[in-house]
Design a protein around this ligand. Structure first.
Ligand SMILES: Cc1cc2nc3c(=O)[nH]c(=O)nc-3n(C[C@H](O)[C@H](O)[C@H](O)COP(=O)(O)OP(=O)(O)OC[C@H]3O[C@@H](n4cnc5c(N)ncnc54)[C@H](O)[C@@H]3O)c2cc1C
Length: 302
């Protein structure tokens, strides 16, 4: 990027700005080339400014949360990458006896801890999910029987022109790892919790945690489940991959986890192109063996 444009960006956008920021250090996969411009807007008005600035200059803009469900390509991300990680985007406001408005930059483990300490249940199933609330809403993160959308009453959003608006839960088309909100920036989420004795919350948290530790791949860098489970089929994506003999399949330093076949892990210094090759190989084999088109849960960006 030209020096002049860098200076212009520095003067036009309020917040922390980094150039050529390596995305490998900003994602759970530890993979990805640099973001041309990394911006942490100071507050909502500087976010509006950033969005309008990028639109005016025709610069692409990507929003990222904790980077725990994305694969950034090796060539990196062109344009501006917005991270809602400044203190302004980590506010939690009590809106009722059992409800909160939570800014999108708050991480799920922190929110789980806070609500647990207040004797409010509902988030137990999120234990072990390392994302932000914003990313969790976009993905409708969850487990077998529960999703974050179960707690949502309203979502505060910004469109790509910088306009603010809110949608009630019933106006959002939440589905399995789907929200339909990818075109917007999630600013805050209104959540409703259940009053619950802390010992019951703790019991459920440890049960979920034990279960996840028993089957999830947590030792090596990855991004959780790579494929969605095919809804109409009796077997999960992981089971299908295992049945096709691909557990442990390796390309470069990237491997189908030997613990859970729906996880792909970076064994150190892995490249995005090898993750993509492995994903394509898995998809081809599952199509051939089971006539199923596996759909990605992972978001590939860049
Ligand atoms: C060890 C491990 C375990 C996991 N377990 C689970 C699990 O049990 N269940 C599950 O569902 N997922 C799981 N995941 C995946 C991931 O943690 C979730 O999908 C999480 O909700 C993603 O949040 P994030 O902040 O990291 O989003 P990111 O990965 O940063 O982004 C995900 C998508 O959301 C968009 N986005 C992020 N923030 C915003 C925002 N504020 N506004 C608009 N768009 C935004 C990004 O552009 C991207 O398209 C796991 C991942 C790991 C590494």
């Amino acid at each position: 990027m030209k020096k002049q444009l860098k200076e212009y960006i520095r003067s036009a956008i309020k917040g922390r700005i980094l150039f050529d920021e390596p995305m490998a250090s900003r994602t759970s996969f530890s993979i990805g080339g640099p973001a041309e411009v990394w911006v942490e807007p100071k507050n909502v008005s500087s976010l509006v400014g950033t969005i309008r600035f990028s639109k005016k200059l025709g610069i692409p803009l990507t929003v990222i949360g904790a980077g725990s469900n994305v694969l950034v390509r090796d060539k990196g991300l062109k344009g501006i990458v917005v991270s809602l990680s400044s203190v302004h985007f980590k506010i939690i406001d009590k809106t009722g006896e059992q409800s909160f408005r939570v800014s999108s930059g708050v991480k799920l483990p922190k929110l789980l801890k806070i609500t647990r300490n207040k004797g409010l249940g509902g988030l137990e199933f999120t234990v072990g999910i390392p994302g932000t609330l914003g990313g969790a809403i976009i993905m409708n993160a969850g487990g077998k029987d529960k999703n974050i959308s179960d707690l949502v009453t309203k979502v505060d959003l910004m469109d790509r022109t910088g306009e603010l608006f809110s949608l009630d839960r019933r106006e959002i088309n939440f589905g399995y790892r789907f929200s339909g909100l990818d075109d917007y920036v999630v600013l805050g989420v209104h959540l409703h919790f259940q009053k619950r004795p802390q010992d019951l919350i703790d019991r459920d948290i440890s049960n979920y945690s034990r279960l996840k530790k028993s089957f999830q791949e947590l030792e090596l860098p990855g991004a959780g489940s790579i494929f969605k489970n095919p809804g109409h089929f009796a077997f999960s994506a992981g089971r299908l991959i295992e049945l096709s003999g691909l557990k442990g399949k390796t390309i470069g330093n990237i491997q189908v986890s030997t613990k859970h076949a729906n996880f792909i892990v970076n064994r150190g210094g892995g490249k995005a192109r090898d993750v993509i090759k492995l994903i394509e190989l898995v998809r081809r084999k599952i199509k051939k063996d089971h006539n199923i088109d596996l759909e990605l849960e992972l978001k590939i960006i860049g």
